[in-house]
Structures are given as structure tokens and as C-alpha cells.
Design a binder for this molecule. Structure first.
Ligand SMILES: [Zn+2]
Length: 154
């Protein structure tokens, strides 16, 4: 896997885990060139989850967008990479369960799920997310907005 930090293709796998609902494998990797640690996911190709927005528009669900927004909200909060990974995983699983056999979920339900999980992890990150999310009143709008400020992944 290409290292997101230096672009080297040489890495070693530190840990392999299956997510609780068995739909994905995640691997913690370490770049042999620069030591950067990152996570890769392997999934069964499944019917993608569709997000239904408040205005009725639909959009494919992308956990990476949520992951990026969580990284921004938890910036400088001294939360370990592992904790963030666990948070992302638990949010994704909750969304998969809520989406059910129809593979559909509302954007509001996603936002509330993130808030619920974030609340238990870190109050400051929760307030950051909540203040922006509630202001925009739509997760997509929020994610679009923070992506403008997002740092490239290190
Ligand atoms: Zn590297």
C-alpha cells in the first residue's frame, strides 16, 4: 500500500482485525521508509449505502468523509489514532445496522449517530462537531464546508 506520508510502497502490517459485524478487515500498517502508521480496509463488495438528505436528494455513503471530519474535530485533543479508528469503525457499524436491508439512511440519522458516539469520547470534539453540524443542519453541508479547510492527510 502506498504510504500517505511519503509515497513508499513498502510497509508492514502491525495488526489485522475484523470489524464486529464481519463486513470489513482493517489493517494497521507502518511504512518501512518513514515509519508513518496508517490503516487500510478490505471489504466485501456490497450494495452501497445510500444517504437520503433532508431535501430528498440521495448520495452514496462514504465513511472516509466522516473520518476526515472526525479528524478535524479531534485535532489537538490528544486522542490516539487507535481511538479515532475505533470511533470511525463503531460509527460505520451503527450506520450499517441502521441502514438495514434497504441500505438506506437519512443524513440526520448519521449526524445524530456521530454526535452520540463523539459525546462519549471527547466533550470538546463533540461541541466542535455539534456547533458546526447544527449550524449547517445537514451533514453533507458540514462535511463540504470542513473539507475546504481540511489539511491534506499526513
Ligand atoms: Zn512513508
Amino acid at each position: 500500500m502506498r504510504c500517505p506520508a511519503c509515497g513508499s510502497l513498502e510497509d508492514k502490517v502491525l495488526e489485522t482485525r475484523t470489524t464486529a459485524n464481519g463486513t470489513a478487515m482493517r489493517r494497521r500498517r507502518e511504512c518501512l521508509a518513514c515509519g508513518f502508521r496508517f490503516t487500510s480496509y478490505e471489504r466485501v463488495e456490497d450494495k452501497p449505502i445510500t444517504i437520503i438528505k433532508k431535501n430528498g436528494d440521495i448520495q452514496p455513503f462514504d465513511i472516509r468523509k466522516i473520518e476526515r471530519s472526525l479528524r478535524i474535530c479531534t485535532d489537538k485533543r490528544n486522542i490516539t489514532q487507535e481511538k479515532i479508528d475505533d470511533l470511525v469503525r463503531s460509527i460505520e457499524e451503527a450506520i450499517q445496522i441502521q441502514a438495514g436491508p434497504k441500505h438506506e439512511i437519512t443524513s440526520t440519522a448519521i449526524g445524530e449517530e456521530i454526535l452520540k458516539k463523539l459525546y462519549t469520547l471527547d466533550p470538546v470534539a463533540y461541541v466542535r462537531f455539534a456547533s458546526v453540524y447544527r449550524q449547517f443542519n445537514s451533514l453533507e453541508q458540514f462535511v463540504d464546508e470542513i473539507e475546504k479547510f481540511a489539511q491534506p492527510e499526513r
